[in-house]
Design a protein around this ligand. Structure first.
Ligand SMILES: [Fe+2]
Ligand SMILES: [Fe+2]
Length: 139
């Protein structure tokens, strides 16, 4: 059985993860000033987490007999050295990811695949935690 909509939404999530890897790696390298001390490792950590998420989602697409996307989501990655702008763009990215995974969660209910639901739910919750964490960082 082919879950076309679910595969498309998972691929949408994969595109955002591929973009997040690039964005966070870029910000980890470019963040300037005293905040670099804490934010560079944090952005590196987010890049690594996105790599892990991408790997899980990619395998889920294959399991559903789809073809995983290889291109990142085209939403521009804005260069800046200002940490506050980086946090703003990070929040934008995490909010977008959480919304896409929220959609995946709804579509997964119909697919009745417990393993997949559990794996995606963990990612979904991680994105929600990132949104909350970034909100607190920006207060
Ligand atoms: Fe993610
Ligand atoms: Fe994330």
């Amino acid at each position: 059985m082919k879950h076309t909509t679910l595969i498309d939404t998972l691929n949408e999530a994969l595109g955002w993860e591929l973009r997040a890897i690039n964005m966070y790696a870029h910000y980890a390298a470019n963040v300037k000033g005293i905040h670099r001390l804490q934010l560079s490792p944090m952005f590196d950590g987010e890049a690594t987490e996105s790599l892990v998420h991408a790997s899980i989602v990619r395998k889920a697409v294959v399991k559903l007999q789809g073809i995983p996307v290889t291109e990142r989501n085209p939403h521009p990655i804005t260069h800046t050295t200002d940490y506050a702008e980086m946090l703003q763009y990070s929040l934008e990215t995490e909010t977008k990811a959480a919304a896409v995974y929220g959609e995946v969660m709804i579509q997964l209910e119909a697919a009745a695949d417990q393993d997949l639901s559990d794996a995606i739910e963990q990612i979904y919750l991680a994105e929600l935690r990132s949104v909350e964490e970034l909100r607190l960082l920006m207060e």
